[in-house]
Design a protein around this ligand. Sequence first.
Ligand SMILES: [Zn+2]
Length: 608
Amino acid sequence: MVAAWFGLAGGMVEGAEYWALAKLGWLSLNEALVDAGPEQIWVSAAFNLILFTALALPLWLAARAVPVEHRPAVFLGVFTFLSTFNLFALPDRLQLRGAFVLALGMSVQITRRAARDPAAALARLRLMLPAAAALAALLCAGITGGRRLHERWVESQLGAADAGAPNVLLIVLDTLRADHLSSYGYPRKTSPHLDQLAAEGVLFERAYSSSSWTLPSHASLMTGRYTFEHRADGRMTGRMLDTRLPTLAEIFSARGYRTGGFASNVAWASPRTGLARGFQHYDNLYANLTDMSARTFYGRFLRRYIHRYLFRLPRYPRRASHEITRAFLEWRDQDSQRPYFSFLNLMDVHDPRFSLPPHRGKFTGETSLPGGESPATLWKLTPRQAADRQEMIGEYDSALAYQDAQLGALFEALKQRGEWERTIVMVTSDHGELFGEHGLFDHGNGVHHAVVHVPMVLRFGDRLRRGVRVAAQVSQCDAGATLLELAGAAGTVLFGGTSLAPLWSNAPVPPEARAVLSEVDKAAIAKIPAEWPVRRGWVKTVITGRWQLILREDGAMELYDLKNAPHQVRNLRAVREHRAEIERLMELLTSQVAEARPAAEKALKGLQ
Ligand SMILES: [Zn+2]
């Protein structure tokens, strides 16, 4: 009873505190990674209720060691402590030790006072328990119902859409590098459904993300702007998407579309980042108990432990592809009259990789990897790194096979609903993943080719030529403008990028006009490995038909010949004959990104 009361009441206080701190922007970046809405109040109450009640039994057994008259004090003491420790620790301003001492002091004071007349204290709690339970239930129903009503109301205010306006479905496969899809030349059969999609539409062989991590890339997809324009690079600064830039969802909403976002990446594709702006429905909240656990202090505490030692559960919640596609279809089925713009973020290939049978383990345990030269020698990996790499890629490819199967099922579901031919589908990714290239793993660490080269596939019934492969380099920043033009919604001021349609319709395109940029901001936080380029400052790149030039904030520079040396092992910066090329590429970069000029000058001086 004591456990239940403290779980409920303390949980509601924790939830309210968390929500308030998030609203005020006072949560540290570490704690703020998971989005907090008003739902937080009942979620924390429900989770703490379960946790505290579970703790009550072992505590009851342990309390048998103390005389019976002191047992209420033990219970009161433990649960007062647990319900205050999280409140002090939550803002992440105090060291855990400080929060511990404060909570201990407070719980001793409260318990001492209550222990003077334990029977009365318990009676009071008993009296208040139904009220706390009723309040939590009321908040749950009210907040959930209120959100739904609000969505309905927003939809009822939409203007009429153009007759025949197509649906638009933008699918981002988080962390998927292009060269692991069979249609991009990968020898393993990882992606039959995506390959089929490409065969029925347009495949961009050389699409590049605007950054190598989630937030800036998604922001570019939503606004058509490069990172130096939208500035959503808040890993260090807390900067989220600039509210002045119109988003795809806002533009489609204004044209009478229903708009729904479904993101598995709750850390960096959450409403807090600004990416949800313009979506009438944005679904990355509170799907299930493990989701909910990550939104509470003790839940995260346990996850950290469980993650490391038991299940490899990610510290932050996320949903598998089949859950995301189901949520999308449920939302879609609420109204089949209006056209929709929908955004899906799927995260299965992101570490820790996720797949289900029959795909789980499909490519693990193999003794050799597909693809030519041995990476261990190419990148001078240690034997340990090379073995890890092998297993990592096996899991990655298995996760991709699972994800691809889910996409196949989704496409099938849209066919059954009779809307496949009038739906524009774009599948892309927000960045790649490094498997030891340049001695690096993971992403968000630099702008090397493998981490910014992403798949991009587009299908729109018979409105596009089938099986077209575009060889020119393109930026993701142009994806939005392309979707808008295909949907007949182009011409919105302030939205960035230009439509890629001329590239598949064989209209003349100036050869170097579409030099592509990508950049990632400094990330000098303690947990970042020392070898990551972004530890010392920003890194930017410009990519043309043949070249990739990489410039760092400290003036370090790399030049790769993408055409003739696809592994990009040799940095050609010092090759004298490329000097003029380097200057031209530097000009392409600095004429757009003024911030890069001092580093460019330093780099060029270093060549003499
Ligand atoms: Zn990502």
